[in-house]
Ligand binder design. Sequence first.
Ligand code: C5P
Length: 409
Amino acid sequence: MPNMLAGRKILLIITGGIAAFKAIDIIRLIKKAGGEVQPILTASAQEFVTPLTAGTIAGNEALSELFDLTRESDIGHIELVRDADLIVVAPCTANFMAKMANGLADDLASTAILARDKHVIVAPAMNVKMWSAGPTQRNLNLIVEDGMQIVGPDEGEMACGEFGPGRMAEPETVFAAIEDYFYTFGENLPLKGKRILITSGATREPLDPVRYLTNASSGKQGTAIAAALRAAGAEIEFVTGAAEVPPPNGVNVTQITTAQDMYDAVHEALPCDVAIFCAAVSDWRPKEVGSKKIKKTGDGEAPSLEMVLNPDILKSVAALEPGERPALVIGFAAETDNVTEHARAKYERKGCDWLLANDVSAKTGTFGGDSNAIVFFDDQGHHEWPQMSKAEVGQKLANRIASFLKQSD
Ligand code: C5P
């Protein structure tokens, strides 16, 4: 990834929590990458790190007072946000999240947030019970609706001795989100003018008018990928089966039921620059579909099902002739055992350019959950992505696609 931070100015709001010390490492990482940091410390943050420490590492005086007589103008908070390229709140306490969600502006940090015209990355840090509390989760929804980006929190042992989600994401993770922002969402949207096809969700194969074969795909990963690519400026053709979550805003949706419907919709939506096959497609369908509900027989015997193969949509697109074939064809592999081995075989068999494998065995909670651990395959080999939220997988994939298309332009 090119150095996107050089000359960028980040307004870093540090609020009061034991994780405040991690903010110092974030400052170091930004500085090392050539970025500039303007720290703001809330009053309670100063119980954990001193303005002198933050200011010295940043090379910019750390601010905290709304009306600072040494800053010549009393509209300092407006200037601060206008000057910045990005705002980061790390760590963000439950209290500060509540302030941001409700528009409170009673100190420099909260006033800067309310006056913002820049993207905001928030790294929450709090006790596990505070994190899962109804008001915090409601506030979280509000700030996400307002367009803020959330990184973490991580799960693990907390400073207070309790265990669960609430620990601030590691400084490297927050820094990666900052880098991603400048790469993906900087002034020139990297995927503007690109057309990307995404399949998502689960297909349903009817046995009769009331029964069908399907799988446990929630559609969350496909939706998160579509949202990230849309935010990066791409035009999205979203072909989706059954899903637990609605499609993201701003994408063209084609709703389908069966694998054959999905095949038809995908080929109809071509040509495109990139095609991503995230849907969990049924490999087979019942040969006969009853026009009436199949009845129980009097002798108590279960009917036997004869199945036929469904078309392999991914394979059919990967096999298209140059000119018709998308520049990048990306498959997924949901595996329950020997993930890397099975996925490598699939990567070779399908003819796609990249393949993202994930472990969907019950212990991982990937199906229906909000996080994913990916093994990424391309023609250079494979490597593991650490466990991250499905939204982060979407963002990481969007960045990689943008960088691939940029190189091949
Ligand atoms: O063969 P398998 O179903 O495990 O392959 C998974 C990958 O292939 C996914 O990307 C899935 O969306 C795609 N696929 C497809 N059409 C099928 C079966 C799978 O596009 N009939």
